[in-house]
Design a protein around this ligand. Structure first.
Ligand code: ADP
Length: 232
């Protein structure tokens, strides 16, 4: 069935990402291992050096934590089989707002919400919400001094278009060209660079598209499009 096809394509996509991740997780683990070995030798010697090594280990463990956590959001095998349902992206978007409201308040970001579309698409609800949260959280990160976040859901062609636009720091053309690459991040120590690569894989799995426009210094707009559910 087409559902089984989607499930196996999805597992293949995750396998591809996992290969990259295994490589990436290896780096922090080796730093941790190396520092533990050195510390064992130094334990009675120099307390200050031990302190530095502990900090390094701490940073690397945090890095592994971020990567693994991001992965866990997308690997829930139990949900694959029965998860394809029809949902209105406008409803999912409305339900997502309370999850990020405290972040918006804290960063003094004004929310502009326009969700006139009533069309439904065939996608897992949790995953659609994850796509929205990834884009919204990135937008919030881009507006550390406040700004405006616009969330729009509208009918477009034979489907539904979702727009997430911020008035944040924006991106240079060089950064913009790489945002969907796995592990590309400009958030040193805080980012995994996995959010947008996994978001794009998910969107494409459901025959959707995702694109970004950005101007350094004035903001970024992401457009996601999903085809309308056929058999409604
Ligand atoms: P992460 O957020 O962990 O860095 P992502 O894959 O979600 O990973 O994003 C990759 C990079 O794309 C970010 O580090 C940032 O440089 C850039 N980016 C994504 N969204 C925005 C945005 N709304 N405004 C500015 N830059 C963004």
């Amino acid at each position: 069935t087409s559902r089984q096809l989607v499930v196996s394509e999805k597992l293949a996509a995750i396998g591809e990402i996992a290969a990259g991740i295994a490589h990436e997780i290896n780096n922090p683990i080796q730093v941790i291992q190396g520092n533990l070995d050195v510390m064992r030798v130094e334990l009675d010697a120099d307390a200050e050096r031990v302190e530095t090594e502990l900090r390094l280990i701490d940073e690397q463990v945090h890095s592994i934590f971020l990567i693994v956590n991001k992965l866990l959001q997308f690997t829930r095998p139990d949900e694959y089989a029965e998860s394809m349902e029809h949902h209105r992206p406008a409803d999912v978007m409305t339900d997502t707002i309370p999850l990020v409201q405290h972040l918006l308040n804290k960063a003094e970001i004004a929310l502009k919400l326009e969700t006139p579309s009533l069309r439904a698409v065939a996608i897992n609800r949790t995953e659609m919400q994850q796509v929205f949260i990834n884009l919204i959280v990135n937008a919030i990160h881009a507006m550390p001094d406040g700004g405006a976040l616009s969330l729009m859901v509208e009918d477009r062609g034979q489907g539904v278009s979702i727009v997430v636009a911020d008035t944040g720091v924006g991106m240079s053309p060089e950064v913009l060209a790489r945002i969907f690459d796995p592990f590309f991040t400009t958030k040193q120590g805080e980012g995994t660079g996995l959010g947008l690569s996994i978001t794009r894989k998910l969107v494409e799995l459901y025959d959707g598209t995702i694109e970004a426009e950005s101007t350094a210094g004035s903001g970024t707009t992401f457009r996601v499009w999903f085809p309308e559910a056929k058999d409604m």
